[in-house]
Design a protein around this ligand. Sequence first.
Ligand SMILES: *Cc1c(COP(=O)(O)O)cnc(C)c1O
Length: 232
Amino acid sequence: MSHIADNLLAVQARIARAAQTAERTPDSIRLLAVSKTFPAEDVRAAFTAGQCAFGENYVQESLSKIEALADLRARIEWHFIGPLQSNKTRPVAEHFDWVHSVDRLKIAQRLSEQRPDALPPLNVCLQINVSGEASKSGVAPADAPALARAIGALPKLRLRGLMSIPEPAGDLEAQREPHRILRALFDALVAEGVALDTMSMGMSGDLEAAVMEGATIVRIGTAVFGKRDYAH
Ligand SMILES: *Cc1c(COP(=O)(O)O)cnc(C)c1O
């Protein structure tokens, strides 16, 4: 078995254990394997081991990987999770199934306009800044309801939920804090009638904390593919 297949089993076991602690069913939590900086062959190895949802951060890098794995396109779900500039929205609208990192109406409008008619609506999450001034990316929780409503009106997008990238924190209690903020915002939006089903939160270091606070998608890179080398 490849090290990636081993790692996937270990991550699934962590998800199952955390779900049990939280009294949730493990299949209410999807594993998104974050493959940024890793080659297409590693994605193929993960796919062969049963993984079918992959997260990418960089437009150029992801497009060459999607092309190299074109034979699997119908069976792989590609999620864009990185910062998105407005001049790069077209290839993302054309080649991805999900975008987790929408934090401005302008980006959402472009994605909707550029989404090909032949494809189903693009699934999107609002990236929420749960770390206050410590982080510059993501929309402030107070601004999320208006943005959610505006995005809900765009024809080629389907607003699925919220995403966050908290500042790293050491212990479980500290890790749960920002996830609680996302959870509270999610609950408030749902109470206002916004139909959401996705909380994208939790990475290799805080998966357990995220599952305890209700994550439905955990985005795991290092624990699946290994340590990233940004030199390539
Ligand atoms: C890289 C990345 C991840 C994965 O992080 P790991 O700590 O390697 O699991 C998750 N989410 C986003 C947005 C990322 O950029």
